[in-house]
Structure formats: structure tokens, C-alpha cells
Design a protein around this ligand. Sequence first.
Ligand code: AMP
Length: 398
Amino acid sequence: MESFKNLGISEPVLRSISDAKFESPSEIQEKSIPLIIAGKDVIAGSATGSGKTLAFGSGIIQSSEKGKGLQALVLVPTRELAEQVAKAITQFSKYRPLGIIAVYGGVGINPQIQGLRTADVVVGTPGRLLDHIARNTIKLGRVKILVLDEADRMFDMGFKDDVEKIIRKCPQERQTLLFSATINKDVVRLSRSHMKNPLQVSVTSFVDPKKLHQIYYDIGEDLKFSLLVHLLKNEDSNLVMVFCNTKRNTDKVAKNLKSANIDAMAIHGGLPQGKRNNILENFHSGKVCVLVCTDVAARGLDIPHVSHVYNYDIPRESKQYIHRIGRTARAGAEGKAINILSSKDYDNFSQVLKENNVDIIEEHLPVIEKVAARMPEGRMNKPIVRKVPRNNRRRRLY
Ligand code: AMP
């Protein structure tokens, strides 16, 4: 606890940290909390899993007072992240209670309007926040701290103009904290226009390479699904995330896994919010152990105990790869990232390797049984047993 105290964290927050049984600050906490508490504008290069919520949360909790109007606004890219961040700040403000509310689209606006009347801290997605601004149901005149969480993601999702509009509605005299996995041109531009002498801190890596084992299998398209089933049945795993590049593939893979008696659920942006929340709850609680998802649905989610991340489709952009594998090997735990490649993934995979300098080892193909699967194209693969030689040479693509 001494190490947290040395960062300048106040007693009530220290008590909640002690309840959470955190032993020592994470790298981003160590680097950013003293600056945040000193009231500086900070640009922090860090992804989910780095402990960033406590970093900005401790600043918010210490500078906010219950019943004094909306004093801290956190902008986040997704509904799930809004819920998650609001929950984390509520947890850390246990001994200094504040009115904290998450506002996002896809759910009724009236309960939010009610909650906003007494909120001290608001965590929201840009679209719904603009809606509240237009309706005059949110008052930003007393905001002291503005946090842009996962700024790069908000830009990727096309929220750049919305974010700027919201920033302009906040008082000029404020502290601005920007968290982003990548510090790209848009992030730099935004910080130049809207931050005051920002100090930049970043963590050296998102995942601990010693704890994360990254492998790939190179296999024919017709055996891809069968290999996934084989690995899911044979790997010693806890919670598992399987990434696909499209909603359509996500649904198909989850459906086919269920047919192969694997308890899987699909989550993507096309599902109604209530359903997404339900699926996530089931996954969190371990009722469903395999979550098949798109990048959008999974981005920013803090789900502990994910032991395996599968890339059933290799992502188009290398930074998505980093975000995906960042779901596992967190908080000191071991993790495994498994890439299942067929020829159509080669280009994307080369990109991932080139841009990220990651070390991914080719694994021998196991002997697998072909599993019947209805593929996105609608054709049915007939079940046949096929053996793949064990003695494939281990090699690296790069
Ligand atoms: P975040 O990057 O804020 O999404 O946090 C990722 C996870 O790390 C959350 O489950 C936090 O509760 C946890 N966490 C945050 N700070 C620490 C810490 N200092 N030690 C251990 N776990 C932490």
C-alpha cells in the first residue's frame, strides 16, 4: 500500500485499492497518477489491462465532491466500456461515494435523464452524450476533469467530430486526460487543440512477452473450423475468446461450435444492448466459456481469466492484433494467443508480423477429425476423417 500512497493517492481510495487486493501500482499508474493528482494535462499511451481506469479514476475521485454538480466527464468509445469504467470508478470511490452514471445509446434515455440530475461523474459514449447536450439534460459548466478514454478507438469509430463538439462544450479551465493505445496523428492533433502543455507518459508494452505464448497453425481453409474445435476441446483453458473479422463469421462460428457441443456465444455490434450485456455477464461468470466476437464488441472489455485468444480470422490491421492478444496474459497471469491461418490470411498475418515485431511460432498441426460445419458461404462440409502429418517443420514466417 505504501507504493500507492507514495503516488499521492488519498486515504479513501487507498482503502478501496487495499480491498481490491492490488499489491503494487502498474506501470501506467506509477507514471501517470502523480501528474494527474498534480492537476496536469496528461497523454497516456496505454491499452486496456494496463490499469488505466484506476489512474484517471483516482484523480476524478479525489477532485470530485458529492452533490456539487457534474465535475468529471469520461468519454469512451463503446457501451460496454462505459459500463465497465463507471463500475470501476464506483468500486474505487466506495469510501468517498459519488453519483456516477454511465450513459450510452441503445437503451432508454429517461432513466439517464433522471440520473444526470444528481450525477457528479458521467461516463458516456459520444453519440448519446451529444443527444443529452441537445436536450439540455446534461450540464457541463462545472466539469473540472475531462477524460478521453481509448481516444484512438473513438477516432477509428468515426467519433472525431462528436468528441470535438463535446470538448468545446466543457469549460476551458479544466484538466484533460487522454488515454490511447496508440498515439497517432489524430491524437496528437486533438491534444494540440484541446490540451494545455500536456505531459506524455507511456508503458513499454501492452502484454508481458514472458507470460504470453503466441503461436500459429497454417492449415487449409477446409480444416480451419475442425482445428478450432480440436484445440478448444484439447487445450487446457479457462475463458476463451475467438476473434472473427465480420459479424457474419462470428455468428456462424458460434453456431457451428454449438453444433459441435461447445458452449459458445457470439457477440458483435449488431446485437441489441440488453442481449450483449447478458452474453457478457454469462461469459464473466463462466457460464459460457467461449466468446466468439468481433473487434468492436471486445475492445476495451476487462474480462479477467481469459486464458486463450484465438484469431480465427487474422485481423486486417496490426494494431487490432495487439488489442486482441491484450485480452489475455493480464495482471500477471499466463496466456496463449493462437492464430489459425489459411492462405487467405497470409497478407494480414505478414502485416501483423512486420508492424509489431511480435514473435509468433509455428506449431505442429495435430491429428484432427474433420467436423461438419456450415460455412458462411452456406455450403456444408462433409465429415470425413483426415490425418495431418505430425512432423511439420517448426518455422517462423518472418
Ligand atoms: P484497466 O486497464 O483499467 O481496464 O484495468 C485492468 C484490470 O487490472 C482491472 O481488472 C483492474 O481491476 C486491474 N488492476 C488495475 N490496477 C491494478 C494493480 N495495480 N494491480 C493489480 N490489478 C490491477
